[in-house]
Design a protein around this ligand. Structure first.
Ligand SMILES: Cc1ncc(COP(=O)(O)O)c(C=O)c1O
Length: 490
């Protein structure tokens, strides 16, 4: 464990082996990144030797700086190769209707989305109050982009059955100040693909850019389509789609830190860049948010794509598709559980129709059995749900998941729903974020077992409390609870 008296910086340097032992000891508390039992955060293809290759490639380029592509042409070459591969997969490049596609490699989906919003905003300096139209199923990173960039967000509800926005609602939300309309392919929460062609058409008719957030699914939908799945048009083949994001650290199975943001042509991309020459230092031009950037993630992604190849991704997509079908069957087999959406990508999302079966308790029961799923709070008429991101490594586990889910559901029923003290629930329902005092937060956190150190094994009470709170209070509580965790080790 970390030496409580010195933090990360001992007075005398430590031998390498001991340092690594420390890290390994810390890592033992983490959720398992491999092995197909963690249905969020990680993307594991289960391909022998791939980790070692990516690590070697990472090490090769870890100290290379993406700040200046003329100083490190290796990085520029690899970035351009990644952008080309992503563009080709998503309907762009020579011989397509989008031959001039260009792009940038970013650190992740959030950065890609922030830059898509920035490019759209800065292309419209005439707008004093620029706005973006985003279905509520769009990733939270759009709200973050709007917040960071001082852009107004016009949310569009989703149909509670299809979980997609209604195109007429998207059209109605577009105003003269709108400079970007968003569609997801698919949404993270439910894994459903928005009506991209129709949304892009209404955006184009209004003269507004349309970004397709394919961060999650952009690297799987094309392979699923090749395998015969009925994937609707969502990429540059759709007129009106001006930019697309796809994360290589998700279904391209690259280590974390790599996403690609594509624009249909260089003119659309230009306002994404930031250049500065009005200081006495080096002339600066940054295509992305970061200035100094490690070459490690880019080289690792490059190695991953080269090693897996089209045949590899196609095979992994087939394995994943079958795993999704198996997991969906497992959900259907449990009384009281219901798929929130029929899987059309690589997400299985289910809810509970039976009030005796508390989903948050079920999630804890699954965790206790070594299966890590992701609870999603009830929101705007949509019920609470459980999200499973399915990757290829899940396939060998599918047969075990069914019985584990049934057992966990029985245990959750036996335990009964979480019952929080009525006064606590009333407080959560009525408190305003401004009324939260440090004492109140400390008391709440202590009551829920939160504080310094790892989160408790059972999170059902925390989720129940958050769910009882209005959205703004949820946000504030999250900030406060995580703030309690982020304290320096002295
Ligand atoms: C659809 C979608 N967009 C954006 C993001 C944000 O990506 P990141 O976590 O890499 O910033 C995610 C992450 O899950 C996503 O699923």
């Amino acid at each position: 464990m970390i030496d409580e008296t010195t933090g990360a910086l001992p007075v005398e340097g430590m031998p390498a082996a001991r340092v690594l032992d420390e890290i390994r000891a810390l890592r033992a508390a983490d959720r398992p990144t491999h092995g197909g039992r963690l249905f969020a955060y990680v993307y594991d293809p289960g391909v022998a030797g791939l980790d070692e290759l990516a690590q070697a490639a990472y090490a090769e380029s870890a100290h290379v700086n993406g700040l200046d592509p003329t100083a490190f042409p290796s990085l520029l070459a690899m970035e351009n190769a990644l952008v080309g591969a992503a563009a080709r997969l998503l309907g762009g490049g020579p011989g397509t209707s989008a031959p001039d596609v260009v792009g940038s490699v970013t650190s992740g989906g959030t950065e890609s989305l922030i830059l898509a919003v920035k490019a759209a905003r800065d292309a419209r300096p005439d707008l004093t109050e620029p706005r973006i139209v985003v279905p509520v199923s769009g990733h939270a990173a759009f709200a973050k982009a709007a917040h960071y960039l001082r852009v107004a967000l016009d949310p569009v509800p989703v149909d509670p059955v299809t979980l997609r926005p209604v195109v007429a609602d998207v059209a109605a939300a577009i105003r003269p100040e709108t400079m970007l309309v968003v569609a997801s392919a698919p949404s993270y929460a439910h894994g459903v693909i928005d009506p991209v062609a129709e949304i892009a058409a209404v955006a184009a008719a209004a003269g507004v850019r349309c970004h397709v957030d394919a961060c999650f699914g952009g690297w799987t939908l094309p392979w699923l389509r090749r395998l015969g799945a009925p994937v609707p048009p969502f990429d540059f083949a759709v007129p009106g789609v001006t930019s697309i994001s796809v994360d290589l650290h998700k279904y391209a199975y690259a280590p974390k830190g790599v996403s690609v943001l594509l624009h249909r042509d260089p003119g659309l991309r230009a306002p994404q860049f930031f250049a500065y020459a009005d200081w006495p230092g080096y002339t600066m031009v940054n295509p992305v948010i970061a200035s100094t950037r490690s070459g490690g993630p880019i080289a690792a992604a490059y190695a991953t794509l080269r090693h897996l190849g089209e045949d590899g991704y196609l095979r992994l997509a087939a394995v994943t598709r079958d795993a999704v079908a198996g997991l969906a069957d497992a959900v259907r087999a449990v009384d009281g559980l219901r798929l929130l959406a029929e899987p059309e990508s690589t997400v299985v999302c289910f809810t509970a129709d039976d009030p005796g079966l508390d989903l948050f308790v079920l999630v804890d029961e699954l965790t206790a059995r070594g299966w890590h799923t992701q609870p999603q709070l009830a929101y705007a008429g949509l019920p609470a749900s459980v999200h499973l991101t399915v990757t290829a490594a899940v396939a060998p586990r599918v047969a075990e998941f069914g019985p584990a889910l049934a057992e966990a559901a029985a245990a959750a029923r036996a335990a009964g729903p979480v019952v929080l003290p009525p006064e606590l629930l009333a407080l959560a329902g009525s408190l305003t974020p401004e009324a939260l005092t440090p004492d109140l937060i400390g008391g709440l956190a202590a009551g829920l077992g939160l504080g310094a150190g790892p989160a408790p094994d059972r999170m059902a009470a925390v989720n129940t409390l958050l769910q009882a709170a209005p959205v703004r209070l949820r946000e504030r509580l999250l900030v406060e609870f995580v703030g309690l965790l982020q304290r320096p080790t002295w």
